[in-house]
Design a protein around this ligand. Structure first.
Ligand SMILES: [Zn+2]
Length: 80
């Protein structure tokens, strides 16, 4: 006897911020434009970048690099 197993359909989506993958609805909305879907870790990273800026500290260089590249991709000005 066989039992059919129907695998749930998952849509693996590339994260436009880090080029990693995520599976909606497990994702975050970018704080940079308020609508672009990014992966969960990137959502946390954006929040941390904002926090570092708020306390006047330098975020790690690789975070700032990803941040610059993503803002460029979105067409969001630096400092916005
Ligand atoms: Zn990401």
């Amino acid at each position: 006897m066989t039992t059919d197993f129907i695998a749930p359909r998952v849509t693996v989506t590339p994260c436009p911020r880090c080029d990693g993958d995520f599976i909606p609805p497990r994702c975050a909305t970018s704080r940079r434009d308020g609508r672009t879907r990014i992966c969960d870790p990137c959502g946390t990273e954006e929040a941390m970048v904002d926090f570092f800026a708020k306390i006047g500290a330098d975020a790690p260089p690789e975070w700032r690099q990803r941040e610059r590249a993503f803002k460029l991709k979105l067409g969001v000005k630096e400092g916005d």
